[in-house]
Design a protein around this ligand. Sequence first.
Ligand code: PMP
Length: 361
Amino acid sequence: MTEAIRPQPGILDIALYEGGKAHVAGVANAVKLSSNENPFGPSDKSKEAFTRTVHTLHRYPNTDHLALRTAIAEVHGLEASRIICGAGSDEVINFLCQAYAGPKDEVVYTEHGFLMYRIYAMAAGATPVEVPERERTADVDAILAACTRRTKLVFLANPNNPTGTMVSAAEVARLAAGLPTQAILVLDGAYAEYVEGYDGGAALVDARDNVVMTRTFSKIYGLGGLRVGWGYGPKHIIDVLNRVRGPFNLSTTQLEVAEAAVRDQEFLVRCRSENARMRVWLAGALAELGVPTDTSLANFVLARFASQEEAESCDTFLQGQGLIVRRVAGYKLPHCLRITIGDESSCRRVAHAVAQFKGVK
Ligand code: PMP
């Protein structure tokens, strides 16, 4: 590196994000339970839409995403003009940081919150501010206490990854109402679809002018590889975000597959109920083996071990059995493993392997 060529201040302090492991050396067909993916993959309708788009790949995609925004708006009962689509909800989070946070500004998120909040805040030159949680659950009073005149964005994933815990609608409303006037509350609803009857915070967005909700097609829609997410917010904020959005940020394939996916709510309902069934089962099986979990509202459980050493040796054992779960030391939970709820046979294999590890069976 030459002395003269340097990135913006703070960029070299960013720790690289590490995705969930996908392979174990020497193990063929390992079961990947490390990235909260839908074990059933995308719906048939999404796959059909994907195939259809091959015929129009010589055309540029549309720049306004109108058909996808309209589909999302119809399904969720929202205003299409206040929706913005991005390459995963990651990109929407990035737009928010880029547009609203800069040097000397603060971006607040919670102790076990999603790592990309910190990364995008730092990429924008802002100062990340991490707030302690209580029993692996966001603490609204602590978040409010951490806000200052410099706070521009407050990120809260609800349910949160990797804890799976949730803050009540009343608490979230109290948080939105208590923020300093220059701050935006971003409700990250990456796992919102797993909570039956939950709107991800859409009603709060409609009721206020300082709340944005982000959502994704990567989880329950089984489209993590496609990279589509969206945000819903007050008009004044969505207008700003569209100014930093590249006109062709989503391909025709991304747009059309996501549209087919969101219109197939039957698939979503089936995935949600199967996830709930196996989540209860796996949490129960782990509890019987002396491995507690918090009540998760998402598509994973956070298994707590007695120590970091035990968590790591259980992870190594599971890998040997062809089961890939996620270490979460980077989320300040070194004694835990995050296990995605797979299909029934994967969940049974996990429980069986943990039992062997514990010497129970
Ligand atoms: N928020 C949370 C809480 C997440 O767990 C994830 C995915 N790991 C995302 C946002 C980003 O997802 P995507 O960019 O795939 O939409």
